[in-house]
Design a protein around this ligand. Structure first.
Ligand SMILES: [Zn+2]
Length: 242
């Protein structure tokens, strides 16, 4: 840590004006070694950055690296060592939640048969409803140069079925969106596109470790400039050659 140089600015997450510091939109702890240099950084106030977002960042790491979808992903499994260390020293809030409140669910095959059991954690679902919108707020500000209005509402969902993902990729292609990698994209990549005429007119896909995908649809009472944003975004995509 140590780089707490404060300056005056607007917090990317809560919109408050005051002393701000650098915050990595995609949590640094998701990388096994040093964080990639191209992880976008925004201004965040002290409570957002150092108090509650850092707690959510770690929680997100622990959710992701323990997810069955990442069981064979070597990067996620390397990061999982951080979780083990934290859990052993009783510093992982997720590990504590898991002990106290996890439930067992049957894993259903396409045939309808239950092939195994997994733990689910209601706390993790609630946490995702907070952290995913924060990441989208940060990305929106960084890449589209506009802050989402304070009253923006977010619909967060996890994409599990392959068919659903294919449907989304089709929709993305039709609406001029595209994937943008941070680093090689092995830890994080994202896409966004407009959904014209939908009550939630903009969609973001956040892809962690190329195996866990969240869809975040957004709307706000004030209409922000979706179209000009998209033009800017397309320039960005073509520049990075994706
Ligand atoms: Zn803030």
């Amino acid at each position: 840590m140590g780089e707490t140089t404060f300056r005056q600015g607007v917090c990317a997450y809560c919109g408050n004006i005051g002393e701000v510091t650098d915050d990595h939109i995609v949590p640094r702890c998701l990388w096994p070694g040093r964080v990639r240099k191209d992880v976008p950084i925004v201004d965040a106030c002290r409570p957002c950055n150092h108090i509650w977002k850092s707690e959510y960042d770690t929680y997100l790491r622990d959710i992701l690296v323990n997810d069955m979808a990442c069981a064979k992903n070597h990067i996620a499994q390397k990061v999982r060592e951080k979780y083990y260390r934290a859990a052993k020293n009783n510093r992982s809030i997720m590990a504590r939640d898991l002990n106290e409140r996890a439930g067992l669910v049957g894993l259903q095959e396409d045939s309808g048969l239950v092939s195994g059991f997994a733990l689910t954690l209601p706390d993790a679902v609630k946490r995702n409803q907070v952290i995913m919108p924060l990441i989208v707020r940060g990305l929106h500000l960084y890449y589209l140069r506009t802050a989402l209005p304070k009253d923006t509402s977010f619909k967060v969902g996890r994409v599990i079925e392959r068919e659903k993902m294919q449907e989304l990729i089709r929709e993305m292609n039709e609406n001029g969106g595209g994937y943008q990698n941070i680093g090689t994209g092995d830890v994080f990549q994202f896409a966004f596109w407009p959904r014209p005429g939908d009550p939630y007119p903009q969609v973001w896909v956040l892809n962690f470790y190329r195996c866990i995908r969240f869809v975040v649809a957004i709307r706000a009472s004030i209409l922000w400039e979706t179209n000009s944003s998209l033009i800017y975004y397309n320039t960005l995509i073509s520049k990075s050659g994706i």
